[in-house]
Design a protein around this ligand. Structure first.
Ligand code: BEZ
Ligand code: FE
Length: 296
């Protein structure tokens, strides 16, 4: 304070709000924490200045976040879904998985992966509820030079033909329905039987569902199968194969679709081939190569 009673330290003003808040950060804070805190405050204040919310609107925003927290349980993470539908999950993934052009791209993990599924022999049928159009998936795993990767483990999971994962319908679906783990052979190959994936809504009975409806957006994920491919010495790939004829490919609610991940689904109507693939005629056939880049 100087003698005309005017403070000589910075006080909060509308114009200098972010700078005043950031100036309070202590001198010994580690640089990364400082960088993050300063950026969040700067961008948050800039958004508030652009929006100029009323008190009522600001309280509605606080209530939205509170309700989002209340929706979270051990098996439901509404904040991750919020990040998903705002495109932030895909952005963080893109930043952290910049790979050589030939390598298979990542996409969103989603909340329905189950750790520790038992490995199945190649050729196994993962569809235990016998609903849907039969699909044979033949996979090759290679490095970026096209050399086979043997011993890669591949987790696969998808919804059933009603659009639900087994873990969403415990008791109603057989346990482990449409889930499997396979290991690539000496040629980097494996195959399995399943059903053609279909589009489905993400859980939309919480704040994220309300937000999507309010924004005139749909809650649907374009039809896909999930994969995690792991091999020693290579970067783990978390990815999908999308069905090319899905009506929601251009509107996937979590922005997971990438051109390179849209599969080629061939309709096969040939009894001999169906017998050879141990499936029923007609069936769908997908042949997919997953290309792994070296671990960094
Ligand atoms: C999924 O594909 O399983 C998923 C992804 C994001 C949110 C909800 C579900
Ligand atoms: Fe999914």
């Amino acid at each position: 304070m100087n003698n005309d009673n005017k403070p000589s330290f910075p006080l909060f003003t509308e114009a200098g709000s972010a700078e005043t808040v950031n100036a309070r950060i202590g001198p010994d804070v580690d640089p990364r924490t400082r960088q993050i805190a300063e950026a969040v405050v700067r961008h948050l204040h800039a958004a508030v200045k652009e929006i100029e919310p009323t008190h009522q609107e600001w309280l509605a925003a606080i209530k939205f976040l509170t309700d989002t927290g209340h929706k979270c349980t051990d098996w439901r993470q509404e904040f991750i879904m919020l990040s998903d539908v705002l495109g932030v999950s895909m952005l963080v993934d893109a930043i952290n998985h910049r790979r050589p052009g030939q390598a298979t791209e990542n996409t969103i993990l989603g909340p329905f992966f189950v750790e520790g599924v038992e490995a199945l022999p190649s050729g196994a049928d993962i569809c235990l509820d016998h609903k849907g159009e039969p699909l044979v998936v033949r996979v090759r795993v290679t490095d970026i030079d096209g050399q086979p990767v043997a011993g890669a483990t591949i987790d696969v999971w998808q919804t059933n033909d009603d659009g639900f994962y087994d873990v969403q319908q415990k008791g109603a679906q057989p346990e482990g329905n449409l889930r499997g783990k396979f290991v690539s052979d000496a040629q980097g190959r494996l195959w399995f039987r399943t059903v053609k994936p279909r589009f489905y809504p993400i859980p939309d009975d919480g704040t994220v569902g309300k937000l999507l409806a309010r924004l005139g957006r749909n809650p649907y994920r374009a039809a896909h199968m999930h994969f995690i491919i792991k091999a020693p010495g290579f970067e783990t790939v978390i990815t999908h194969i999308f069905s090319p004829d899905c009506q929601y490919l251009d509107q996937d609610t979590v922005f997971g679709v990438k051109a390179s991940l849209i599969g080629k689904f061939d309709r096969v109507d040939d009894a001999d081939q169906a017998r050879a693939q141990q499936t029923t005629n007609p069936f769908w056939l997908v042949e997919q190569t997953f290309v792994l880049s070296k671990a960094r």
